[in-house]
Ligand binder design. Structure first.
Ligand code: DGY
Length: 316
């Protein structure tokens, strides 16, 4: 167990297995991950563990499973794991609602200037109500563009369309069936660029892969409307952070709500200085209920691995 886990998960793991903890709860170094791969039969990792090809090359290796605590697994070199016969599992489904809620939180916060307003009040600058004070952007009836239409994007569409009366458009190379899209009030668009041109809010929901790295680059920011906002609860790598800063500085787009960053936990300082950007510390799945469910899902994968059953959530 590479990081401290919620108590019920910790309890289940230590009751069932000869579990080794990381008492400091800090990200393990490559050498520490290699030591874990050498000594343990299975690892429970998180997004902060960089399980690279080099880390996986350790010899002799004892571990046969890397059970990742998270739906995303871009922290693990999947090809290298596959080549070396190391299984990898993740924790889908259980964090869909929490992450969709956080995407809506960011959308509403950016539109209604909630972070800026709170800083204003706490900073003692509020002089009282007035008709022109801190006007934001209306959300109801606006167009939300989803990049990727997997589980989390669908849960966002459900909230945005049925809860906030938004028009929802999306692009995904593997789209849901027309019936599913219709039930979410979501209309497909032929290209990513079509979505960018039309949306008032663009929310990213694609996995981080070599193909999606810097998907949002200078050219694509240039296609967005100047009054549109970018929301990212997916992975930092999907956005070229330098291009985003430039787009915000040049007012190519109106603002951004970000939960993930290219070099976590470092955040580009220019973003920190911008009032029209809402920044959260990778909280997408951070509810007590969800983090326990994620841990129990990883636990289930570990149990299946140790009892020789097929993994519930096999990545490779
Ligand atoms: C996920 O599940 O992918 C979250 O971002 C935490 O890693």
């Amino acid at each position: 167990m590479t990081r401290r886990l919620p108590e019920p998960v910790h309890e289940a793991l230590t009751r069932t297995f000869d579990a080794r903890l990381n008492p400091d709860d800090r990200p393990l170094s490559a050498a520490e991950l290699q030591a874990a791969l050498r000594d343990a039969d299975a690892l429970l990792t998180t997004v902060t563990d960089k399980v690279t090809a080099d880390v996986l090359s350790v010899e002799p290796r004892r571990a046969g499973l890397v059970a990742n605590f998270g739906v995303g697994f871009n922290n693990i070199d999947i090809e290298a794991a596959k080549a070396r016969g190391v299984s990898v599992s993740n924790t889908p489904d259980v964090l869909t609602d929490a992450t969709a809620d956080l995407a809506m939180t960011l959308l509403l916060m950016t539109a209604r200037r909630a972070g800026e307003g709170e800083r204003h009040l706490r900073g003692g600058q509020w002089t009282g109500w007035r008709p022109t004070h801190m006007l934001g952007t209306h959300v109801t009836g606006k167009t939300l563009g989803l990049i990727g239409m997997g589980r989390i994007a669908r849960a966002v569409a459900q909230r945005a369309h049925h809860g906030f009366g938004m028009k929802v458009i999306f692009h995904d190379p593997f789209p849901p069936s027309p019936d599913i899209a219709r039930s979410l009030g979501a209309e497909p668009r032929g290209t990513l660029e079509d979505v960018l041109r039309e949306a008032d809010f663009v929310s990213l929901h694609c996995p981080a892969t070599p193909e999606t790295r810097h998907l949002m680059n200078q050219e694509r920011f240039g296609l967005m409307r100047s009054d549109a906002f970018l929301i990212n609860t997916a992975r930092g790598d999907v956005v070229d952070e330098a291009a985003l800063v430039q787009a915000l500085e040049r007012k190519t787009i109106a603002g951004a709500g970000l939960d993930v960053f290219e070099k976590e936990p470092q955040v580009t300082q220019a973003l920190v200085a911008m009032d029209n950007v809402v920044l959260l510390p990778h909280l997408g799945s951070a509810t007590r209920e969800t983090r326990v469910a994620m841990g129990m899902r990883a636990f289930e994968n570990l149990q299946r691995f140790f009892s020789g059953q097929p993994l519930l959530d096999r990545v490779v």
